[in-house]
Design a protein around this ligand. Structure first.
Ligand code: DGT
Ligand code: MG
Ligand code: MG
Ligand code: MG
Ligand code: MG
Length: 269
């Protein structure tokens, strides 16, 4: 069919193909969740409902979209890592970024009521997203380590901060002053000596964030089948191997995780 005289406008579209052989990372982050968490009465410093909802949305993204090898989330953010060799949408950056963030945002609204049973969603939340390419496995591991270290630093700070406010009755400004210039060891010490809390016993999800990986799982189900030599259908147990997204709350900075899940970094997977 002949092209219309308007076709030329297509040439104005920028080429945003991601460089080959690089890990493609999309990180999204809740827009103004400082306000959003206040208005929806999130528990401080960690709200299990909010964290589990974030993870449900990330799971949906991994299952609905192609080629995501691993995801990592904490607070109001999630990072999704697409395989080096992905050819999805010809590696167009805008496709990766917009599909991730829109699928995540619609899931957040769709699944809200499953997690916040007594709390109505008061207004539509938004998320920003960015895309970053990492050429080496070490760069990718360092990226994920950076996000997990950020989770640790913020969570340690927030845990002490809210103890000082909620238990010791300090104002937020007083708590902030008290923590000014303290090191991790000092914060651990305040938690232990003043609140009898061993930070290492705080829930792993708060301290380490959430890692989503693909895992093979065996599913046993019963099926009605007609067996040879038998007249009637019978209930038979069958085992299927399925690959499912599973959530872990483990360290990803050290080598152990990467040794346990070598397929994540595998060139050919
Ligand atoms: P942004 O991202 O620049 O639009 O602004 P914010 O306000 O989203 O800032 P950000 O992303 O640096 O910080 C995340 C905010 O979300 C922070 O104010 C704490 C809040 N938040 C995230 N998870 C929880 C939670 O589980 N409980 C509570 N109370 N707040 C949370
Ligand atoms: Mg921000
Ligand atoms: Mg945010
Ligand atoms: Mg954030
Ligand atoms: Mg279309």
């Amino acid at each position: 069919m002949a092209k219309s005289k308007f076709e030329y406008v297509r040439d104005f579209e920028a080429d945003d193909t991601c460089l080959p052989n690089c890990w493609i990372v999309v990180r999204l982050d809740g827009r103004n969740f400082h306000r959003f968490s206040e208005q929806h009465e999130f528990k401080k410093p960690n709200d299990d409902r909010a964290l589990h909802l974030m993870t449900k949305c990330a799971q949906t993204v991994m299952e609905e979209l192609e080629d995501i090898a691993i995801a990592y989330g904490q607070s109001d953010e999630y990072s999704f890592v697409f395989k080096k060799k992905s050819r999805w949408f010809k590696r167009r950056a805008s496709k990766f970024m917009t599909h991730v963030v829109s699928q995540f945002a619609s899931s957040y609204v769709f699944y809200w009521k499953d997690y916040f049973k007594d709390q109505q969603l008061l207004y539509p939340p938004g998320f920003d997203a960015r895309i970053v390419l990492y050429p080496s496995n070490q760069n990718l591991k360092d990226y994920l380590s950076w996000r997990q270290a950020d989770c640790h630093i913020n969570n340690l700070y927030n845990t002490v901060f809210w103890m000082l406010v909620q238990r010791s009755g300090l104002t937020p400004v007083q708590a902030q002053d008290r923590l000014q210039g303290t090191l991790a060891g000092d914060k651990n010490e305040i938690l232990f000596s003043e609140f009898n809390i061993n930070y290492n016993n705080e829930p792993l999800m708060y301290r380490k964030g959430t890692v989503l990986v693909w895992q093979k799982v065996n599913e046993v189900m019963t099926k009605k089948m007609k067996l040879p030599k038998e007249a009637e259908e019978k209930e038979v147990e069958v085992t299927r191997t399925r690959t499912k997204v599973v959530a872990l709350h483990c360290d990803i900075i050290g080598d152990q995780f990467w040794e346990e899940y070598p397929e994540i970094l595998d060139e050919d997977s």
